[in-house]
Ligand binder design. Structure first.
Ligand code: GDP
Ligand code: GDP
Length: 435
């Protein structure tokens, strides 16, 4: 659904430069995952409406002995899980032994990769590329990442057609509210998935590419349709003793993209950790609605409970619009009540508001609190209309909008959120200059 592009190549061939070019079309979601994945960067890009995820694998040097071995293993996992693999080489440095070793790795992984010759600026591109053809890749692209050259045609050729028909298809196959259950390993995702499905009769379709995809489980509850996106892969396992699936960040990112509402599971016994915050960042950057489930609440003593609640309140104060539940997936306590929030979130994410209502709301907000003066003129905000759903996008037209301070944007977001009663979902604002 959302294609994943992995960048591999020796250090210095231009992977970060290409990564930055591919993700800068909008605020990219970029994070490092210390511990889970080393030295890997994830970002989101958008090429003419087709979203994609890019990974700078970082870890292949061509010399995978000793300390590099673990990094190489992780890079190769990313290669394994990616839809499109780009093997970057440096057109100035020419073919090196490291390139040959990486090419060899890729060949053995059995994954089709595309050769991308970078730094072709300032020289005859065909000359620069010629010696790399001996590596024997089927398709070759010539680019100059630093000058943003060749990247569009590469994406044009490699990315699938834009998303709309797919979204229809997805809605057909996966009816109702799509709920993604995500979280670090061992927080209780599998237990929660089983608990949410309860005794519902569940049909798990055979999914292609099973190990890296989540399992999509359509089900009904109290007459409502849902599809649960199970990143832990519980329902694929034939029995409970079968090995738990490896945590995969790619799988998690895809589940987030494909969901309407994400339930992020946190382990109360461990409290909120850095990786939980990274995952929350991914959900918000993807614009998805969020419900927080602090799990394993059973059998905790009152002091620990108070400490965890205080920590959640303090570190997630920027998320005051998302509901938090303290649950026990093991015993089922609190699980059913989360459906109330799932519905509220879904409604918020999919809401449609007429232009006159949004414009009236904008004008009220401006009357309450004027935007500042810039260069002796007041910033004017004239009207607003909706630009999309899941997440809701509000497009505001006015003049000098580029100079609108962050604090004022936050004021608008808070005001719109309160009046429109948007729960759990981020709201995106786009500002257009109308003169
Ligand atoms: P990475 O280690 O593979 O991530 O490589 P970087 O993206 O950090 O790039 C390494 C160096 O190559 C930097 O100094 C870049 O400015 C330079 N570089 C990247 N792309 C190009 C390009 O298209 N042309 C030229 N001439 N230099 C480039
Ligand atoms: P996953 O890796 O996120 O899918 O986590 P699992 O669902 O496999 O759970 C990891 C461990 O935590 C297992 O031993 C579960 O029995 C345990 N666990 C899950 N939920 C709860 C809970 O609500 N309370 C307690 N005490 N243990 C739980």
């Amino acid at each position: 659904m959302t294609p994943v592009i992995a960048l591999v190549g020796r250090p210095n061939v231009g992977k970060s430069t290409l990564f930055n070019q591919m993700t800068r079309s909008r605020d990219a979601l970029v994070a490092d995952f210390p511990g889970l994945t080393r030295d890997r960067k994830y970002g989101e890009g958008n090429y003419e409406g087709q979203k994609f995820i890019v990974i700078d694998t970082g870890g292949l040097t061509g010399d995978e002995a000793g300390i590099d071995a673990e990094m190489a293993r992780q890079s190769l996992q990313a290669v394994e899980e990616a839809d499109i693999v780009l093997f970057l080489v440096d057109g100035r440095a020419g073919l090196t032994a490291g390139d040959e070793m990486i090419a060899d790795h890729l060949r053995r992984s059995g994954k089709r990769a595309h050769l991308v010759v970078n730094k072709t600026d300032g020289q005859d591109p065909d000359m620069a590329a010629a010696e790399f053809y001996s590596l024997g890749f089927e398709s070759n692209f010539l680019i100059a990442a630093a000058h943003n050259r060749g990247i569009r045609s590469l994406l044009e050729e490699l990315l699938p057609e834009p998303v709309d028909p797919e979204e229809e298809d997805r809605a057909d196959r996966y009816p109702g509210i799509r709920i993604g259950v995500v979280g670090r390993p061992n927080v209780g995702k599998s237990t929660l998935v089983n608990r949410m499905l309860g005794e519902e009769r569940v049909v798990v379709y055979d999914m292609p590419g099973t190990t890296r995809d989540s399992v999509y489980i359509p089900y009904e509850r109290h007459g409502e349709q849902y599809t649960l996106i199970d990143t832990a892969g519980v329902r694929r396992r034939k029995n409970v003793n079968e090995a738990v699936e490896k945590f995969s960040i790619i799988k998690t990112l895809k589940a987030i993209e494909d969901a309407h509402v994400v339930i992020l599971v946190i382990d109360a016994r461990q409290g909120l950790v850095e990786q939980d915050l990274h995952l929350i960042g991914f959900v918000l950057d993807a614009g998805r609605s969020l419900v927080i489930a602090v799990n394993k609440w059973d059998g905790m003593d009152p002091d620990d409970r108070a400490r965890v609640k205080e920590q959640v309140a303090r570190r997630l104060d920027f998320l005051d619009y998302a509901d938090k539940y303290y649950i026990s997936a093991l015993h089922g306590t609190g699980v059913g009540t989360m459906y109330d929030s799932v519905h509220a979130c879904y409604e918020s994410a999919m809401s449609k508001w007429p232009t006159n209502r949004l414009t009236a709301l904008l004008q009220d907000a401006v009357a309450q609190h004027q935007p500042p003066m810039v260069r002796g003129r007041r910033i004017k905000l004239r009207y607003a209309h909706q630009g999309g759903s899941n997440p809701p996008v509000i497009v505001v037209h006015g003049n000098q909008v580029d100079a609108l301070p962050g604090a004022y944007k936050r004021y608008l977001e808070n005001t719109f959120r309160k009046v429109l009663k948007v729960v759990g979902s981020p709201i995106r604002f786009e500002f257009r200059a109308s003169e």
